[in-house]
Design a protein around this ligand. Structure first.
Ligand code: ZN
Length: 136
């Protein structure tokens, strides 16, 4: 059983943004030499998230962000958290802090149109992403 862990930094540029990190994760996997197992991608922040979705058409991440912004407004009567970023905390929990991806023949098992995204909800900031690889 092989086990590797890597943390990389990512710089976000807008308050709400989805950044394709598939190549970062694929690079970590190729360095690990693991052929069969799982990769966990984890976001250690309370106002950001990790998701898997379409990375072929940039209108898809745009529309996901638009929908989240309409579902969870930045300013809302009743919010108590005094940092003013309650919407970002809610979006982080809705989308989730991590994704697990299978490894087969040394490659990420992703659908043709799937990519791994870091989701920023309170940028711009400097962020971290943890990648843990387990397998043989
Ligand atoms: Zn906050």
């Amino acid at each position: 059983m092989n086990f590797t862990e890597e943390t990389f930094e990512i710089r976000t540029h807008r308050r709400n943004e989805m950044i394709d990190i598939t190549s970062h994760v694929a690079d970590a996997l190729s360095q690990s030499k693991v052929a069969s197992g799982t990769v966990t991608v984890f976001c250690p922040h309370t106002t950001a998230a990790i998701t898997i979705n379409e990375n072929a058409d940039p209108d898809v991440p745009h529309d996901i962000l638009l929908t989240l912004e309409q579902l969870v407004p930045q300013h809302r009567l009743g919010y108590r958290h005094n940092e003013g970023n309650s919407d970002a905390h809610v979006k982080s929990s809705l989308v989730g802090a991590s994704e697990t991806i299978l490894i087969r023949e040394g490659r990420l098992v992703l659908g043709t149109w799937q990519g791994i995204f870091f989701c920023e909800f309170d940028g711009p900031r400097s962020r971290k992403v943890h990648v843990q690889i387990m397998g043989t």
